[in-house]
Design a protein around this ligand. Sequence first.
Ligand code: A2P
Length: 340
Amino acid sequence: MGYRVAVMGATGAVGREILKILAERDFPIKDIAALASPRSAGKEISFGEKKVLKIQNLETFDFNGWDFVLASAGASVSAIYAPKAAEAGCIVVDNTSYFRMEPDVPLVVPEVNPDALKKAKRNIIANPNCSTIQMVVALKPLHELFKIKRVVVSTYQATGGAGKKGMDELFTQTKSSLIGESITRGNFTKQIAFNCIPHIDKFMDDGFTKEEWKMTVETKKILDPDIAVVATCVRVPVFIGHGEAITIECERPVDLEKARKALRNADGVILYDERQDEGYVTQIEAAGEDASYVSRLRIDPTVPNGLAFWCVSDNLRKGAALNTVQIAESMVEQNLVSQK
Ligand code: A2P
């Protein structure tokens, strides 16, 4: 018993993590394929402790007979190959932003809206943006208790969110800067080493960036269309892990002890909030872990029913690869996929 799973973009930062997580969590696999561009075809990549996979060229891959395609090779690649795989009968879990806001494509965080998977009529399911995922996991128990009206969020996002090339750019610029060489820019619009850049994805007409827009519209689609979200998204010189300073305004009175209890019991959340030196979680501790960590929980006295907190998570795991694998697991658990 097992499924035939193809990983699209297997050589990338998220693709590698998907392979790692499939092996770690013992996903029921009968056959596994690692797909990437013709540049990588024929090279080898490890899967779990013992297995080595030969990378296959996505352009010539035959999707017929495969159960799942877990895609993380960029929006333009998904635009072509996700529908192709879906038409061949595969369930596609897509990590890019390409299909997220299409009404007939479920946008899913399994701890928050697993029932939406039942509506995957096109065989395509979208994985939300990394900064949205960790936030909605933490917001869900608070929304159930206090009914959130408005969210104000500022992010501190790792370079890994821009893929392997983003992490390479931070490494190279840091090294150049320390040895006194000139800095070269590639992926980021300003120097990222020893700097913070308040600009992720392209600018929109209203002055927000597309990353900020994604946090707003995706939270509405996943959690509640009535929640207003205003975001400021900032790239910081960290390799892995997104931090978020979140403030919520609620309809009902906020009780700190009730909030703590609900967060302690919530799936996917770990509350670590000691109100002392080191009594909170940072990116370094979250990297390689699965949870959305919540710390620095406190009442916001400047608005009625306000609550402020810090949230941090591994953007390559819960923010991308882990959520993708959890979606596939939830499809299996809910009997929504038939084995080929
Ligand atoms: P490759 O390594 O062969 O270029 P990241 O987001 O970390 O930069 O990774 C992007 C992933 O998407 C890589 O696995 C990359 O493969 C893959 N990819 C990028 N462009 C294409 C393409 N045109 N066809 C297939 N895979 C692609």
